[in-house]
Design a protein around this ligand. Structure first.
Ligand code: TH1
Length: 814
């Protein structure tokens, strides 16, 4: 790519238009007349990038001095969303861009829309990482995000004619991608396999094969902070493009095999979210990016030094492990320090434990990674040795603390057959945090109880947060303007606690009406978006009720669809008076892991309920259901601001935090939810009277499990539930086919692990309360406004402040 010399900021719209013209000419080779929106998008992106370049280099130079400890956020996923609009906002170039693009004869929206969304994450965990790099930069903290530039992001979801999910590859790099800058000269070698031999009294790893890790750098501009950090995503390439020996024997396919294998490492994002995967390639991916990143960090702080003094390494940088996926970094740093830099074990251990911290994002046992020792031994034999030694040291330490043998056994990092990554992370780092108050408590009381008993001071909580830049300012410009009008300042964009200042305005009916008008305008806009994107017609004078998140049994999309079916049946058979029914449009958005059978069947059921309901004249104008395909960041940015009622209905004790819940509250939706994850804190803050609570709490769930849960009992006892399940079982949503959903129905009636049936009545009952309030728009909107005013706590800036204070012990660059 031809780089144009960096222009001086700030620029005028005229200058910015000239910069876009220059990029069109010198970089793309087209005139303004020839340019398409896609051309202008690339040209404008490069022009913005050039504006950020000086600050980026300056931030790096100040970071490299090492005077302020740097944060490295290690994450297998970064779900960034589209970049251009965000970069413009944070660089303060939005107005110039709008005018410049118009002067060139284009609509700003068309240019922004021309960007292809990078989908390098599955859901909340990946989006959280993206919010955190935004907040780190906005707070001026020196930081790197480290991850993988997958060639294929999260799959694109469509539905076939039967309503089944169909996954298609997301080849997001098919056109020029102007944001990532590939830096061939900062590559790293990552090795695998082979064996460990004894040489001069040292254990020496002789790997069998290596791949070249090449960084692709994304600039992360802080919001008006004067800092631009780096998101460094690694891509894998082969060293030996061809095995010439094999080639000479004209075994062409054999010859290119190593290259194909090497490049496979960064080829695809595993589409599982909070579900079990145990694939070799995934471990390769994890080691690949973590090893490259650790070496990169050493090079960054000790450039050109053969024998750097790494005893100060953990004063210069700390590594935050985003769930267990990067935990192999702990033995890797040990290996680097001992094998590559000749430190003794104890010195290496003290540097390593100081440098790492671990965030746990789940309570589901199946999502806590456990790797077969045989696999680690094959792929990373030296690391397995180190893990064994860590495990032995850990056992001895516990023994020294007086822990009994049975407990020590339960806590084993290395069991002989397997390596438990969450345990390794807990022992091998300084702090462990959960992602919401309830979740952190449950980690201490249940999942990691023995660890918290032995090391109580390691455990802490950081409740998740979301960035107000993307999820309010960009996603909801109308609400943003109203907030600024209400507060008399736009400082809330970087200090979200200021939203509290809106609280008195909840008593001002005129302001509440303006707030209501914003929501109505957002609904109207979404109707247009849905028509354009999905070709559907939506009645904007219905309540917009949304459930969007990954499809998972514990999240209980089943509960929502059973309630919808019950409503439908009630109207049809007259048990519900049609005139009393509040017109609702129910939106679902959710991807299911491709191998997750019941989740995919749930999608199919919802689509078929939608088909039946939407085509039934008896419920026309009363109930509509839409499963919007391919839920992604763009859809979230459009759907959340238009939503009036948000569903956060997971079984209590299963959703670690949730972050969608925060986005909805901040955009003025009311929540119907259980006491799970961050819902608890949202409800505490917005006020119980401004939150629709239903269902069992954690203790009730636990005691029901303990006394023996029988879902059939609930099926028998609530006629609404019985009727809904009977309709599914009887073929109403499968053109008479009674087998279509048999596995789902059987699961509900005999297993129902997440107690959907037990919570059904409570959920169905609270609908009356919801609808009653909705018929008083002023009261509803007053509550919604209070949700906004009282949710400033859920900014990712606050979350990052918590990490800085309680875990990283660092702050902004001087
Ligand atoms: C999610 C949690 O389910 C969610 O409650 C939380 O808000 C979010 O992380 C951010 O903290 C998780 N996503 C994953 C993805 C994988 C494995 C475990 C989790 S937990 C691949």
């Amino acid at each position: 790519m031809t780089e144009i010399t960096a222009p001086k900021s700030p620029v005028t719209a005229e200058q910015f238009a000239d910069e876009i013209r220059e990029q069109l000419k010198y970089s793309q080779g087209v005139t303004v007349e020839q340019a398409t929106a896609a051309d202008v998008y690339v040209a404008a992106s490069k022009a913005v990038r050039n504006h950020l370049q000086d600050v980026w280099m300056d931030t790096q130079a100040r970071t490299a001095k090492g005077e302020t400890k740097t944060v490295a956020y290690f994450s297998a996923e970064f779900l960034m969303g589209k970049q251009l609009e965000n970069a413009l906002l944070n660089a303060g170039l939005t107005d110039q861009f709008d005018k410049a693009v118009e002067a060139l004869g284009f609509e700003p929206k068309d240019i922004v829309d021309a960007e292809y969304e990078p989908g390098l994450g599955n859901g909340g965990l990946g989006r959280l990482a993206a919010c955190y790099v935004d907040s780190l930069a906005s707070l001026g903290v020196p930081a790197f995000g480290y991850g993988i530039q997958y060639r294929y992001g999260i799959f694109k979801q469509t539905f076939d004619e039967n309503g089944k999910q169909v996954e298609t590859p997301d080849y997001w790099l098919k056109n020029e991608e102007p944001w990532g800058h590939i830096d061939y000269n900062r590559d790293q070698k990552v090795s695998f396999g082979g064996e460990v031999v004894e040489e001069n009294g040292k254990r020496v790893w002789k790997p069998a094969w290596s791949v070249r890790a090449i960084p692709v750098d994304y600039l992360v501009p802080g919001y008006k902070s004067g800092n631009v950090n780096t998101l460094r995503l690694w891509t894998a390439r082969a060293y030996d493009e061809f095995d010439l020996l094999a080639f000479n024997r004209s075994e062409y396919m054999e010859a290119v095999k190593p290259q194909v294998a090497a490049e496979n490492i960064s080829k695809i994002l595993y589409p599982e979210d909070s579900t079990k995967v145990g694939k070799e390639l995934r471990l390769e991916q994890q080691y690949f990016f973590v090893s490259a990143s650790l070496h990169d960090a050493i090079r960054f702080f000790y450039p050109g030094e053969d024998k750097p003094d790494l005893t100060t390494f953990a004063d210069k940088i700390c590594f935050q492990l985003n769930d267990t996926h990067p935990v192999i970094g702990i033995p890797e740093l040990m290996r680097i320090l001992i094998d590559e830099y000749d430190y003794d074990w104890d010195t290496a251990w003290s540097i390593t434990t100081k440098a790492f911290n671990y965030t746990c994002h789940t309570l589901l046992p199946e999502a806590l990674e456990v790797w077969p020792a045989s696999l680690i031994g094959e792929l990373l034999p030296r690391h397995l040795e180190i893990i064994e030694k860590i495990s032995d040291q850990f056992k001895a330490e516990l023994k020294g603390k007086g822990v009994d043998d049975a407990t020590i056994n339960d806590m084993a990092i290395y069991t002989g057959d397997a390596v438990r990554m969450a345990y390794l992370a807990t022992y091998g780092g300084s702090y462990v945090n959960g992602v919401a108050a309830l979740h952190s408590q449950l980690l201490k009381d249940m999942t990691l109880k023995n660890f918290s008993d032995a090391y109580p001071s390691k455990f802490t909580n950081v409740t998740n947060g979301v960035t107000p830049r993307r999820f309010i300012k960009l996603a909801n410009p109308r609400l943003s303007d109203l907030i600024t009008e209400g507060l008399g300042t736009d400082k809330w964009i970087s200090d979200l606690d200021l939203l509290e200042g809106l609280e008195p305005l909840a008593n001002d009916d005129e302001f509440v009406k303006k707030f209501a008008a914003v929501k109505q305008a957002n609904k109207h806009a979404f109707v247009g978006f849905a028509k354009d994107h999905y070709g559907i017609d939506i009645d904007e004078n219905t309540m917009f009720n949304t459930m969007c998140k990954r499809l998972h049994e514990y999240k209980r999309q089943s509960l929502k669809i059973l309630a919808v079916i019950s409503r439908y049946a009630g109207i049809k058979n007259g048990t519900i008076n049609a005139d009393d029914v509040l017109p609702r449009t129910v939106f679902f958005g959710a991807k299911a892991a491709p191998g997750y059978y019941l989740a995919k069947m749930t999608i199919q059921l919802i689509n078929n309920v939608a088909r039946v309901v939407n085509n039934d004249p008896d419920v026309k104008g009363k109930l509509a259901v839409h499963f919007l395909p391919n839920y992604n960041i763009e859809m979230a940015q459009n759907l959340i601001p238009a939503t009036e009622l948000d569903e956060q209905i997971s079984q209590a004790g299963k959703e670690a935090s949730g972050t969608g819940n925060m986005k909805f509250a901040l955009n003025g939706a009311l929540t119907v939810g259980t006491l799970d994850g961050a819902n608890v804190e949202i409800r505490e803050r917005v006020g119980a009277e401004n939150f629709f609570l239903f269902g069992m709490n954690v203790d009730e769930v636990e005691s029901l499990y303990a006394t023996g849960y029988d879902p059939a009992k609930y099926y028998e006892s609530d006629p609404r539930l019985k009727q809904a399940i009977d309709l599914v079982a009887g073929g109403t949503f499968s053109e008479g086919d009674r087998n279509a959903y048999a596995p789902l129905v059987a699961d509900w009636l005999t297993k129902d692990w997440f107690m959907t049936l037990a919570d059904f009545s409570s959920y169905a009952n609270i609908q009356a309360q919801i609808e009653e309030l909705y018929t008083h728009p002023l009261d509803w909107n007053r509550k919604a406004l209070l949700n906004v005013a009282r949710s400033g706590f859920f900014s990712s800036d606050r979350a990052i402040e918590d990490y800085l204070k309680d875990i990283w012990h660092t702050g902004p660059l001087a």
